[in-house]
Design a protein around this ligand. Structure first.
Ligand SMILES: CC(C)(COP(=O)(O)OP(=O)(O)OC[C@H]1O[C@@H](n2cnc3c(N)ncnc32)[C@H](O)[C@@H]1OP(=O)(O)O)[C@@H](O)C(=O)NCCC(=O)NCCS
Length: 176
């Protein structure tokens, strides 16, 4: 199907990426505008990297992440939940998966798995952490199959209506 996975210049392609995320995750125009500023800021952080999946030149999926920094907003929100379960050491020397999305028309063909394993294979950290909506979902099933385990549940981010689970896995991620 002419699929290519490789480095993505996310600041240049932020609108295409957010169009994919809007379809995959169900974002409205207002949320896209907010996310756009957040993504552009994230990509200035040290070690931030993105990969894209394209089919005949059209972006159909992307992933991005960065080495965790305890001063970053995401880390400050999840820290007390991890500390309560004795898991806060996961915030050190960890590569955070910030976003992973595949357009619905291209899901369930191995693209998401390939994006997350490829980006984490390029990390120098010994582990990876992420957050996902705390419900049974394709994302949660994918993460578990890669070795991610729950580090905290029912984590509330300000302004997010649903609680999240924080998950962590040793790197490299488990292969099938
Ligand atoms: C999560 C997501 C990125 C996975 O991308 P994908 O390309 O469809 O995933 P893959 O084809 O690589 O599937 C890998 C695994 O995901 C799980 N999965 C995928 N689709 C699934 C479905 N419909 N039901 C249950 N599990 C599913 C399976 O564990 C699958 O493993 P398998 O191939 O052994 O069956 C994609 O479903 C998506 O964009 N979802 C909406 C946005 C989202 O939730 N992003 C994550 C935010 S934390």
């Amino acid at each position: 199907m002419d699929l290519a996975i490789g480095p993505l210049d996310l600041p240049t392609h932020v609108d295409e990426a957010l169009a994919v995320q809007a379809e995959a995750f169900g974002l409205g125009a207002d949320e896209v505008a907010v996310r756009r500023q957040i993504v552009l800021r994230h990509m200035t952080y040290p070690g931030a990297r993105a990969l894209g999946a394209t089919v005949r030149g059209t972006l159909v999926g992307f992933v991005y992440g960065m080495p965790n920094d305890r001063t970053h907003w995401w880390s400050t929100v999840v820290e007390p939940y991890l500390r309560a379960r004795g898991n806060d050491a996961w915030l050190d020397d960890s590569f955070v998966i910030t976003e992973l999305h595949v357009h619905p028309a291209h899901q369930n063909r191995g693209i998401g798995r390939s994006l997350i394993t490829t980006i984490t294979d390029g990390a120098t950290e010994p582990r990876s952490i992420l957050s996902a909506i705390d419900t049974e979902s394709p994302a949660r099933a994918l993460y578990r199959s890669l070795g991610y385990e729950d580090l905290a549940r029912q984590v509330l981010f300000p302004s997010a209506p649903k609680p999240y689970a924080v998950m962590g896995a040793p790197l490299p991620l488990r292969r099938r």
